[in-house]
Structure formats: structure tokens, C-alpha cells
Design a protein around this ligand. Structure first.
Ligand code: F6R
Length: 312
């Protein structure tokens, strides 16, 4: 993705339509699949990625249900939206169009229409973060993002991404982070899958120290299974010191077993700037890998093929 598109998202002013019907709620649940729930994960919001609604929400009128679908045509999200509509539960929508936006307009549901600029849902993370912050009344964070659109140095982050891609080339990446940064590790995995079209996995500390670590204790008969993997540690100075120690020790053990381990340091500035910087490095790394492998970073043929079959 071009850096200007990322910056444009950070600077873009989003508007809540049907605002007279909009009421801020203390709690919210986001309905969304794939690239359309990544921003909610990153903001630590509750997410429902399935058909229907979470069972404890059946009759709750004090929780705002935010249906997010970039295309507006995602089956599972529409299913949950329609169920919430039939139960008169408080709703809001974030989408570029499709059936979801049509339904929001028909039923006077508050909505934010995202600009359709021809990029993939996972690349619209800036728009999606801003839309969610707006619907959840997080004005300070919104202002911070707007300010960052002037301050953030994307060239440097892009370079980090290109260099990392060269190291990952020919390996299957496994991304490790603290449990606190799990949504970020998941974001990295997703962009490797969808943009670079490679298998990628993630796990979090300290859980992985109790199981996954042993899976890499290869012997001569299992070495060929392990040797395709490379590890990316997302290191955060504000993590629990015991987690930082576990990361260091795991890195040492893996290196002793002959694995390549690389670190991406999450700077200790503000949470939002740290988040956006890591997101951009992930996008840049995946984009560079797509170019290295000759994959089209924009296309998602298998996702589209599956969607075509399931809608028949
Ligand atoms: C496709 C992609 C997917 C979609 C998901 C849901 O590029 O990123 O993960 O985000 O299939 O579709 P939308 O976002 O249109 O609701």
C-alpha cells in the first residue's frame, strides 16, 4: 500500500449519518469477519466473528452492536445485523456500501460510510480504527491519530518492512507477542496470509512456553518439519518484565536450536503511535514479500472463490 493512502486514512474526517438516532453506549460489541474486525481487536473491543449474536446479548438494550463490513455484503455480519434489527437492539454500521449500508439507510440506523478507495479491508485499518473510535466516543485518540498523520515517519517503517521481508523470504513466519499484544500479532499473521499469500502463524507468551516451544525440539527425523519456520518477536518495553524475560530466554533456546529469530521493537511512545507504526511495518513487510514472490498483494482469489460458492 502506498504511504499516502495510509496517511490519508489517518487524516480523513468520518461522519456519523442518521446522527439523531445515535446514542453513545458504555459497552459495545463489534460484528465483523476477517479484515473487518482487525481494528476492533486492536482497540480491545469485544468482537463477534460468527453468524448470529453472542447469546448473552439476546435482549440487551444497553450494548451498542456495531456491524462492520468493508464490502457490506458479508453473510455472517449481515446475519447478526438482521437478528439485532429484528430484536430492536441498538445498532450502528461501518461499511463502504453493499446490503449492510442499504439496510442501515432503510431502517434509519446510524452509520459511517467509509470511502471506497479500491484497497483491501485489512489495508483500511486507519479508516476502521477512526470509525470505531468515533462511535465509541474516543475523541482524544481521534485527535492523536489526526496529529500523527503529520508526524509519523513512514519511510523509515517501510524500510524496516523491506529489510524484514528479505529475511523472511523462503520461510514460514511465526509471530510471537505478549498476550497484551495478541491482536497485533494476529494482524501480522493476517497480512502475511492475505497480502503475501503465504502460511503464517502466531502465538502469545507465556502460553507458548507451556506447549508450542516443545514442538520445535526437533531431532534428526523431525528436523525437516521445523526448518521452514522463522520467528518474529514483537517486543514491547511496557510488557510485564517476566514476559520480557521469557521472550529473551525463548529467543536464546530457539537460536540454540538453529532457528532464525528477528525482533520488531514496539517503541514506547503513546499506545496509538506504537500500534500504527507496527501495523505499517506489517503491511510493508507483507507487501514486499508479495513482490518478492510475484503474488498480487491486492487479490484474494481463494477467499472470493469460497464466497462465490457459499452464496450459491
Ligand atoms: C479480503 C479480506 C477479508 C474480508 C472478509 C470480510 O481482502 O481482507 O478478510 O475482510 O472476507 O469481508 P468484508 O470486510 O467485506 O466484510
Amino acid at each position: 500500500m502506498e504511504s499516502s493512502i495510509f496517511l490519508k486514512q489517518l487524516a480523513f474526517e468520518l461522519v456519523i449519518e442518521n446522527k439523531d438516532k445515535f446514542k453513545e453506549h458504555k459497552d459495545s460489541v463489534v460484528l465483523g469477519m476477517g479484515g473487518s474486525h482487525l481494528a476492533a481487536d486492536l482497540l480491545g473491543l469485544r468482537v463477534h466473528s460468527d453468524y448470529g449474536l453472542p447469546s448473552d446479548l439476546a435482549d440487551k438494550k444497553d450494548i451498542l452492536i456495531i456491524a462492520v463490513s468493508y464490502s457490506g455484503n458479508t453473510e455472517e455480519t449481515l446475519d447478526g445485523f438482521n437478528l439485532a434489527l429484528s430484536k430492536y437492539l441498538p445498532l450502528a454500521v461501518i461499511s463502504t456500501g453493499g446490503k449492510l449500508l442499504e439496510l442501515a439507510r432503510q431502517n434509519n440506523i446510524p452509520y459511517i460510510q467509509l470511502p471506497n478507495i479500491g484497497i483491501q479491508p485489512r489495508e483500511t485499518i486507519g479508516f476502521q480504527l477512526k470509525a470505531l473510535l468515533k462511535l465509541t466516543g474516543k475523541e482524544n485518540e481521534l485527535q492523536e491519530i489526526a496529529k500523527l498523520s503529520n508526524d509519523i515517519n513512514l519511510d523509515n517503517l517501510e524500510l524496516q518492512g523491506r529489510e524484514l521481508a528479505e529475511k523472511i523470504k523462503n520461510y514460514i513466519p511465526i509471530i510471537y507477542s505478549s498476550a497484551k499484544n495478541k491482536p497485533l500479532a494476529y494482524f501480522w499473521k493476517i497480512v502475511f496470509n492475505e497480502t503475501a499469500k503465504i502460511p503464517a502463524f502466531y502465538n502469545v507468551f507465556s502460553e507458548l512456553n507451556h506447549n508450542e516451544i516443545e514442538g520445535f525440539n526437533w531431532n534428526e527425523k523431525t528436523k525437516h518439519l521445523s526448518e521452514k519456520f522463522i520467528f518474529i518477536f514483537l517486543k514491547d518495553n511496557s510488557d510485564n518484565p517476566r514476559i520480557i524475560k521469557r521472550m529473551e530466554l525463548t529467543e536464546k533456546i530457539y537460536k540454540n536450536k538453529g532457528f532464525n529469530v528477528h525482533s520488531v521493537i514496539l517503541g514506547n511512545k503513546t499506545e496509538i503511535s506504537q500500534l500504527l507504526a507496527s501495523i505499517y511495518i506489517a503491511l510493508a513487510t507483507a507487501y514486499s514479500l508479495a513482490l518478492i514472490y510475484g503474488s498480487d498483494p491486492q487479490k484474494t482469489d481463494l477467499i472470493d472463490e469460497l464466497k462465490t460458492y457459499i452464496s450459491q
